[in-house]
Design a protein around this ligand. Structure first.
Ligand code: SAH
Length: 480
């Protein structure tokens, strides 16, 4: 236990009286870190009380300042490393401490991958009740990482503001509305950083006023840049409070001249007092409405508003694994639940008789149909609606699936969908998950009829705490 904690004189006067915990807000403690939580914060204990320490690593002793206390756990920010982990790395980003976009840059990359594998194992064991070690255990493979885990993001969304009369663009300072100017983001594609820098410079030169969130004045709110990593095509989106842009022609002309690879310049108008980035109206100022990119052999059209995976290189790794686990040979009927813009469906269609995709957002289904057409894929059917309603309706119509793939949002699958899967009994279920805890919860339900064969974590977001994985479930005939 740290020296400071022994000197504790009881709760701080401002602390809530009912919180009988051994630390108080503002106090600096010395603490031993035993592990990392799913958000990448170090986990330590003070007299049995759990403290999450941002910036600290397992096997470290650190000094940390307590920032927030709750009944069962508290949060602290690291002040100083007393004994460093051998896996501690120097974060290359100069703004790492202030940004909060990444949480693991201070951990060696190979160790990040081991950490993510361990998070999946821990969840399967704790929440799913699965065996993850020894005979009969589920195999959780080592995380598939990137050989170069930097500058992987294909989309930048940069808030624009004014600081001391100058136009700035970067990120919001923690718990505030002021914007910290940023020139380079180490996980952002270089083309995006370059394009953002050009637009910021031009806007300042042409005296385009930055948006002031507090007063709701000014014009330029966000600069959004997307790059097709395989095609090199760049889209610049200017999000403004009004349609009228002073010296618009000069601005567009200069962006065309100075942004390498630009094929699309788009304006989106958002006049609302909101922190939602996009408004309803989108106008193409120059070039195409969309840019194109490929994941494996499949071509995608990406508009200003459409959803697209942000790390296409690792998406290809994830989808190839999904395809492998689906075990499709060309004769199967496959259902892709939570299909988004049809990415997984189109991948699977290459090796299936027919793919049925379902997704709740109608615009995403429109994109999915367009993408199918773009690739000349005819053996897919997309339907908009909740998977837990549409799939039972398909079942009623007599559609039976050999394989069901699910890729739900963080909250996992709806119970009704899991029940339908258990009734439909496809030979295989492939579960793509961005949240190991709901993955474990749902696999436990499916384990009634399915054997969980293996789980493959894939690092989609290096240097952040996100853990993506794909699980293969095979119908367990003994249980039928
Ligand atoms: N498979 C896609 C998208 C996965 S993200 C891809 O790889 O690109 C999860 C998707 O589930 C989102 O597009 C979200 O809109 C959708 N969704 C959320 N709840 C849903 C529900 N109840 N039924 C169907 N889709 C849903």
């Amino acid at each position: 236990m740290g020296k400071t904690t022994k000197k504790r004189r009881g709760p701080h006067p401002s602390a809530k009286a009912e919180l009988d915990v051994p630390v108080r807000v503002g106090q600096t403690v010395e603490v031993e870190i035993t592990g990392l939580n799913h958000e990448g914060a170090g986990v330590g204990r003070i007299e049995g009380y759990t403290l999450f320490v941002t910036g600290a690593l397992a096997q470290e002793r650190v000094r940390a300042r307590v920032e927030h206390v709750k009944k069962n756990f508290g949060f602290a920010k690291m002040v100083e490393v007393v004994e460093a982990s051998t896996y501690r790395a120097l974060p290359p980003c100069p703004l790492y401490d202030r940004c909060g976009g990444c949480s693991l840059q201070h951990l060696d990359y190979a160790e990040q991958l081991r950490h993510k594998q361990q998070i999946v194992r821990d969840n399967l064991r704790r929440i799913g009740g699965f065996q993850v070690e020894g005979e009969g255990a589920i195999t959780v493979h080592p995380t598939l990482g990137m050989s170069d885990p930097w500058r992987y993001r294909n989309k930048a969304q940069v808030p624009i503001g004014e600081e001391n009369g100058a136009l700035v663009g970067g990120f919001y300072a923690e718990k505030s509305h002021s914007i910290i100017d940023m020139e380079a983001c180490m996980i952002q594609h270089q083309a995006n950083d370059d394009a953002v820098a050009v637009v910021k410079k031009l806007a300042a030169q042409l005296q385009i006023r930055a948006y002031d969130e507090q007063r709701h004045t000014g014009l330029l709110r966000h600069v959004v840049v997307k790059v097709g990593v395989k095609t090199g095509e760049v889209m610049v989106v200017l999000v403004t409070t009004e349609e009228e842009i002073p010296q618009r022609e000069r601005l567009v002309e200069a962006i065309r001249e100075q942004v390498a690879g630009v094929t699309s310049i788009v304006q989106n108008v958002n006049a609302e007092r909101t922190n939602v980035i996009f408004g309803k109206k989108t106008v193409t100022l120059w070039g195409s409405d969309v840019i194109y990119d490929y994941i494996g052999p499949i071509k995608f059209a990406i508009s200003a508003r459409s959803f697209y995976q942000v790390n296409p290189a690792q998406t290809e790794v994830l989808y190839n694994k999904t395809l492998e686990y689906a075990g499709a040979t060309g004769t199967e009927t496959v259902i892709d639940a939570y299909c988004g813009i049809g990415t997984i469906s189109l991948f699977l269609a290459q090796k299936s008789r027919h793919v049925y995709g379902v997704e709740i957002v109608p615009e995403a289904i429109a994109d999915a149909n367009r993408n199918a057409e773009l690739n000349g894929v005819e053996n897919v059917t997309f339907e908009a609606g909740p998977a837990e309603v549409v799939i039972p309706a398909w079942k009623e119509k007599g559609i039976r699936a050999d394989v069901i793939v699910v890729d739900p949002p963080r909250k996992g699958c709806d119970e009704a969908l899991l029940a339908t899967i258990l009734e439909m009994q496809p030979e295989r279920v492939v579960y793509v998950s961005c949240n190991p805890s709901t993955l474990a919860r749902d696999l436990k339900v499916l384990a009634e009829r399915y054997e969980v064969r293996e789980v493959q974590p894939v690092d989609m977001f290096p240097h952040t705490g996100h853990v993506e994985s794909v699980a293969l479930l095979v119908k367990d005939d003994i249980k039928n």
